[in-house]
Design a protein around this ligand. Sequence first.
Ligand code: BG6
Length: 477
Amino acid sequence: HKKLKPFPPHFLWGAASAAYQVEGAWDVDGKGVSNWDKFVRIPGKTFKGTTGDVAVDHYHRYKEDIQLMAEMGMKAYRFSVAWTRIFPSGRGEINEKGIEFYEHLINDLKAKGIEPILTLYHWDLPQALQDEYGGWESREIISDFTRYSVELFKRFGDRVKYWVSLNEQNIFTMLGYRLGAHPPGVMDDKLFYQVNHHANLANASVIKEFRKYVPDGKIGPSFAYSPAYARTSNPKDIIAAENAEELNSHWWMDIYAWGRYPKAVWNYIESNGLAPQIEEGDFELLSQGTPDFMGVNYYQTTTYEENPLNNGAGIAKINTTGEKGTSEDTGIPGVFKTVENPHLERTDWDWNIDPLGLRIALRRITNRYNLPILISENGLGAFDKLEKDDVVNDNYRIDYIRTHIEAMQEAISDGVDVLGYCVWSFTDLLSWLNGFQKRYGFVYVNQHEEGEHDLRRVKKKSFDWYKKVIASNGTVL
Ligand code: BG6
């Protein structure tokens, strides 16, 4: 049995959230309307039409939430800033009330010894920019996103040392421009690649600026990485898995780390007439805006097999009803096809549970990019039950997180440089399409689609467990 390396002394044991999913107060103190504020009002888009208008009311209860974080001994808290609180219409006048909210939040975290990790963009785009020029569809987004980000660097760069640029670019563009399940609800493969090119440029641009304003800070994107497995040792399945790894992961991470697109994928999308328009200087900017770390949001692996050319299966299907779903096979004819992995158990929402997949993910990223890694999300969405006397026995969540921490420690022992581990999430929050029934938190929030919901906070069993993990720096699991 191999000897495990201990977690580093200043390891960032944390948890993560996103503005739209926790804050609520959607039109308070001068906040502008975001694409999500608008999208959730379209009938049929979210589970039972649930919105983030109130979410878990973190905007008004952040002090109580931070108090609970302090009680847990949390070392880091990853949150996102709502762009529309700072610039209500995306650019122009600054809304000082918005700055003030994050100022208080950050100061309160620091006072409790909790390291703030600030995400610049977690999907809530100012609707004004979507209306004006299509948001990410236009190159104009690059300067607007940079202006907004620089404002935050100037205001908070003295206190905030860890920054996440874009959260899951691969997911918000996939759901927004390919599957049509997130705003702006478009299904257009060519536009999808163009939008991604603009997001890549915007990402590089803010990282480049960051160096001037926060020279002692660290910044990186958070990528939703789902390592690809081949279903069998049949070389046809192996190449399918390789295709998936390149198309679904390297396409983004290569640009982040090196400022270039992977060859095989570029050739594939170009020959299918999907390549984005590149302008002079783009690659120069991309290679100048490379990150300090790779942020990784890890939930599951995906298994692939050969997909014959004449198989009509579309690019992907998604369950947007928010109900407990059945996973459907998806894919691209001639490229790959997803299949169920018979070796893995699944969550209430049919996501694969694969702790070893985290070790594989961390090693693959280290081998290819040789960057430190921040695990910016990992966690379990489940139907939690509030029992008598305010008890939530979420043993399944403890098992999930424990096994993933073990896998992370194995990876550290393999030589991977992991900066921290942020569990998704600290309190229960709004799941974009699944309402409040899909819960992730250490803290239960009494918030529901219907019925009694006083928003009170209740510590789950996992709260006390994670507290001990942190206090022992990962030796007591
Ligand atoms: C990530 C996002 O994709 O996964 C989070 O960054 C999201 O914002 C989380 O909530 C879990 O997804 P879901 O669909 O289960 O809420």
